[in-house]
Design a protein around this ligand. Structure first.
Ligand code: PAF
Length: 282
């Protein structure tokens, strides 16, 4: 496994793979890897000969400096996991490598980035698309895999790639969960034991919405009520975002449920924000 810290080292490593006739799959990460990331790598391995993983805690997608500072990091452990998974190249850039002094180019999906989660986290998706565009330009993968858990992020990246004619196929991989149903996230380790137990309310709320959607006459408003009622019954949880939108366009829906519908929730436990999503069909 080659560990690269500079753009030129990374390009050289990728060129080596290409010379061997290997296609390249990429999994961009912010490190502190868990089973969710390892499943993205497995998905990438099913679509490409060799895998490149980036580990970069991207400052431009964090609103609060405190959230960026608190983001967990354990590069040695990450590298051991990636080696065991058979990853070919790890790109570990410094902030100055991704954002050289004097840089001024940003990439933004103007509609998708500023709706839904983007409204409560201004600039977040601009930070994501800017860093992912830069990472794609450095690694130039054939395919790249992102989790469906960050549903809006996946749609934003698909839009950016289509709009900018980037020659990379974007693959969405299903959410990996703990045995009790909590979606895996690097933030889970920051939850107190009480909040960790309470966090199961996210999957309970989505189950409640899915049960409502099974009814042929179900409405979006009934789905909203099922989720809001389930979350408000958990005193440790604060519902921060609830979006029920058309699965592809992310346009907000009202009235009867008529097609594939994405439900995205964000719930705070103290200062820790957890997200989850589910696509339901009537
Ligand atoms: O999903 C993430 O971990 C990040 O948003 C990503 C895609 C690695 C960009 O920093």
């Amino acid at each position: 496994m080659l560990i690269c810290r500079s753009v030129s080292e990374c390009r050289q490593a990728i060129a080596g793979l290409r010379q061997n006739g290997q296609s390249v799959g990429m999994v961009p990460t912010m490190g502190y890897l868990h089973a969710g990331h390892m499943s993205l790598i497995k998905t990438a391995q099913a679509h490409a000969d060799a895998i490149a993983v980036s580990i970069f805690v991207n400052p431009t997608q964090f609103g609060e400096a405190a959230d960026l500072d608190a983001y967990p990091r354990d590069v040695e452990r990450d590298l051991a996991l990636l080696k065991e998974a058979g990853v070919a190249v790890v790109f570990l850039p410094e902030v100055e490598t991704m954002y050289p002094s004097g840089d001024e180019t940003i990439v933004e999906t103007t509609r998708l980035a500023n709706m839904l989660h983007g409204e409560v986290r201004p600039g977040h998706f601009r930070g994501v698309t800017t860093v992912v565009a830069r990472l794609f330009n450095i690694v130039q993968p054939d395919v790249a895999v992102f989790g469906e858990k960050d549903y809006q992020q996946l749609q934003v990246i698909k839009r950016m790639v289509a709009d900018l004619h980037m020659p990379v196929q974007i693959i969405g991989a299903p959410t990996v969960r703990e045995a009790d149903g909590l979606a895996m996230s690097s933030r889970n380790v920051r939850l107190s034991p009480e909040d960790r137990a309470a966090a199961l309310v996210l999957s309970r709320a989505l189950d409640a919405a899915e049960a409502v959607a099974a009814d042929a006459d179900a409405t979006i408003e009934q789905l909203q009520a099922a989720i809001a009622d389930t979350i408000s019954a958990e005193t440790r949880a604060a519902l921060k975002g609830l979006d029920i939108v058309a699965a592809e366009t992310l346009n907000t829906l009202t009235g009867p449920l008529t097609g594939p519908t994405a439900i995205m929730i964000s719930v705070a436990f103290g200062d820790i924000l957890l997200i989850d999503q589910r696509v339901v069909t009537p």
